[in-house]
Design a protein around this ligand. Structure first.
Ligand SMILES: [Zn+2]
Length: 249
């Protein structure tokens, strides 16, 4: 017979067994390699960029749109849990950004997440007049400021990557001087099978690359652990644009 366990009289009669019972075995969360905050910064570019001006093992993970509220939320949770440094090119009228603000705001404050401008209407800028370009950027700009309290300038992404010297000049006149293009895409602005998405990641997750993904459809949210593993296997450190470039003087 097992002798009764001695009970200290100072303990509460009802021990906190719930809190003391072993936690269920947690799936280990994949975590990314840390960014070194002392990494030297480069001067701000004066026009469009498609890649990073560094030969180090850094990659800019950029995520656009936000047309799937649940996908936005899962991206936000993923960033929080994995340490991924991500620049979100927000269409602020898309569902989900407001809801995700609770998770994103602390990450924005710490610099892990950056918010940039992807216009309010997501129209092809080359089809708009100068004033319409400025209007759609500023409408989005104001909403981003309301939601996240940040000024996204000078970085914006022209919808569909459509830009020319006229659209660049119209945007630059209101402080949006750096159109951010990309060199590699997860090709998930529309629906895509997760294994296809992984093939694109395998092709494009490389040093110096700016890679574009989308917070629209859930495929990407099902392969976050594999994406982290891929980055880690390649010793890639994710960075935001602010990690790489000096602020405006
Ligand atoms: Zn877009």
């Amino acid at each position: 017979m097992t002798p009764p366990r001695p009970v200290a009289t100072t303990l509460p009669a009802e021990p906190i067994t719930g809190a003391l019972s072993p936690l269920p075995a947690a799936t280990p969360r994949p975590v990314l390699l840390p960014f070194d905050p002392n990494t030297p910064k480069f001067p701000l570019p004066k026009g469009p960029i498609t890649g990073l001006p560094t030969s180090n093992n850094m990659m800019a993970w950029t995520v656009d749109d936000g047309f799937g509220a649940e996908t936005v939320m899962k991206y936000a949770e993923f960033a929080r849990d994995s340490g991924a440094r991500i620049t979100f090119f927000v269409c602020a009228g898309a569902p989900g950004w407001t809801e995700a603000a609770n998770i994103l705001n602390p990450l924005i404050s710490s610099g892990q997440v950056q918010i940039a401008n992807h216009t309010y209407t997501h129209a092809d800028l080359t089809s708009l007049s100068d004033s319409q370009i400025q209007e759609t950027l500023m409408q989005n700009h104001d909403l981003i400021k309301q939601m996240y309290g940040v000024d996204p300038r000078p970085f914006y992404r022209p919808p569909f990557g459509r830009r020319d010297s006229r659209t660049d000049a119209a945007a630059a006149a209101i402080g949006y001087t750096v159109p951010v293009m990309w060199y590699g895409s997860l090709s998930d602005s529309g629906e895509i099978a997760p294994d296809q998405l992984l093939k694109f990641a395998n092709k494009w997750f490389l040093p110096e690359h700016i890679v574009i993904g989308h917070a629209n459809f859930p495929a990407v949210t099902t392969v976050f652990p594999q994406l982290v593993e891929l980055l880690n296997n390649r010793n890639l450190v994710t960075v935001t644009l602010n990690d790489i470039y000096e602020k405006n003087a």
